[in-house]
Design a protein around this ligand. Structure first.
Ligand SMILES: Cc1cc2nc3c(=O)[nH]c(=O)nc-3n(C[C@H](O)[C@H](O)[C@H](O)COP(=O)(O)OP(=O)(O)OC[C@H]3O[C@@H](n4cnc5c(N)ncnc54)[C@H](O)[C@@H]3O)c2cc1C
Length: 391
């Protein structure tokens, strides 16, 4: 993509500009382009890119892919079926059955979704930082790429810039509320998974300072992702050593290089945005609010919100009315209610006694804790409200 192309892009009136090409942005862009709309998808990173993530695609995410007719990207990219999550707490562990779940690297997953969007006519601009300048009559979006920074006009803008996105920083009414006690995320991918880690199983070690999950990826690498308190991470001089401590406390062997390899971190995880819609603007995916990732529902969240917003966006491009903002807030509120259930699990896991109780119960009476398993595996918690919005 050269500067000439950007200049051409800036002369156009776009139907929709989507900022952020993670799962939320890519699937929303694709759905809107399928309705013959001119859609520009922009991301500041060059793809394929690595992303801090546990790389587990849960059953709700699979349902969303099926709804969009995109479930084939899992098989095509070699996604590995996941059958079990093994929860570790001190000397105890419990195996919980995972329905219809997969592990797949975010390099492959996100690239496949972008390719699917491009195949439907979406124009994709990578390595370009986007910022919303104003929302007057039509949104004005500045795209900074290399030396040029043209301002593009669009009938609608969708913000899908994830947890730490700053594309709305000039519009303070959209500032997120960040929970001070929140944990941060960190991850690393090791070149080879040790033999003692079984394919198809998530290893999840819990402790007071956070939790760390390990899973084998489609190409034999080991993905290690953690949510940690800053205090705990500082105590061990960084996320790598803190993760090693969590594994040691749970009697798990330590993969070589885990502490020495460079970890990538996120900003504080738990946050909400009171406003998720504005004049010709919708906020979706992690950008609209985020809870601790233990239940691994983030990708499902992102996909369903991208799918749901697309019908409102198509309506808004044809004929914008403020009623569409209300509709999106209503759908988001349903979503927040569902997320509260995931947060209950995150809160239980922060408490020593409750955590032990949960793991012991799961080990002894898997049938009794079936609802917990459903929440941990993410099944049926997100797709229901979003499915209603989608229809
Ligand atoms: C430690 C950890 C483990 C996790 N494990 C799992 C898991 O196993 N399973 C699961 O389902 N979820 C998991 N999640 C959550 C999941 O990663 C996210 O919920 C998901 O990626 C959200 O998708 P999204 O499209 O909303 O945002 P993202 O995937 O974050 O995409 C946002 C995109 O916007 C781009 N961007 C940002 N700012 C700009 C800008 N100004 N201009 C242009 N582009 C911009 C970024 O480069 C990025 O590509 C985990 C999260 C963490 C932190």
């Amino acid at each position: 993509m050269n500067n000439q192309t950007i200049d051409e892009f800036s002369k156009k009136m776009w139907d929709c500009i989507v900022i952020g090409a993670g799962p939320a942005g890519a699937i929303a862009a694709r759905q809107i382009a399928k309705d013959n709309k001119e859609v520009l998808l922009v991301d500041k990173e060059i793809f394929p890119r690595v992303k801090v993530c546990g790389c587990c695609v849960n059953s709700s995410a699979v349902n969303a892919l099926e709804t969009a007719g995109l479930a084939h990207i899992l098989e095509e990219n070699g996604a590995l079926p996941l059958c079990t999550i093994r929860l570790f707490n001190k000397k105890k562990n419990a195996d919980l059955a995972l329905p219809k779940s997969f592990s797949l690297s975010r390099e492959k997953f996100d690239m496949a979704l972008i390719n699917a969007a491009v195949a439907c006519g979406v124009k994709f601009l990578s390595g370009a930082n986007a910022k919303v300048l104003s929302l007057d009559v039509l949104p004005a979006i500045q795209i900074q790429k290399d030396e040029s920074a043209p301002v593009l006009r669009t009938k609608l803008v969708i913000i899908a810039d994830g947890l730490s996105g700053k594309s709305l920083s000039l519009l303070p009414q959209f500032d997120p509320l960040i929970k001070g006690h929140s944990r941060f995320g960190a991850s690393v991918i090791l070149d080879r998974s040790p033999d003692y880690i079984e394919v198809g199983k998530i290893y999840m070690a819990c402790g007071n300072g956070g939790y760390v999950g390990m899973v084998v990826l489609e190409d034999g690498r080991l993905n290690v992702a953690a949510a940690l308190s800053h205090k705990f991470s500082r105590q061990f001089n960084g996320p790598g050593a803190a993760a090693v401590q969590l594994l040691t406390d749970n009697d798990l062997p330590i993969p070589k290089q885990l502490a020495k390899t460079h970890w990538t971190g996120t900003s504080l995880l738990t946050r909400t945005r009171l406003r998720v819609a504005g004049q010709r603007l919708f906020v979706i995916g992690d950008a609209s609010g985020y809870a601790e990732p233990f239940t691994g529902e983030g990708i499902a969240w992102a996909l369903w919100s991208g799918l749901s917003v697309s019908s409102l966006a198509i309506e808004g491009i044809k004929n914008w009315t403020p009623h569409l903002m209300k509709k999106w807030h209503y759908l988001q509120n349903n979503l927040v209610f569902c997320r509260t259930r995931c947060q209950i699990i995150a809160l239980i896991l922060r408490n020593n006694t409750l955590r032990s109780l949960l793991v012991n119960l799961c080990a002894a009476l898997p049938m009794v804790v079936d609802p917990v398993v459903k929440i941990i595996s993410g099944s049926n918690i997100i797709d229901q409200p979003f499915n209603r919005g989608w229809k």
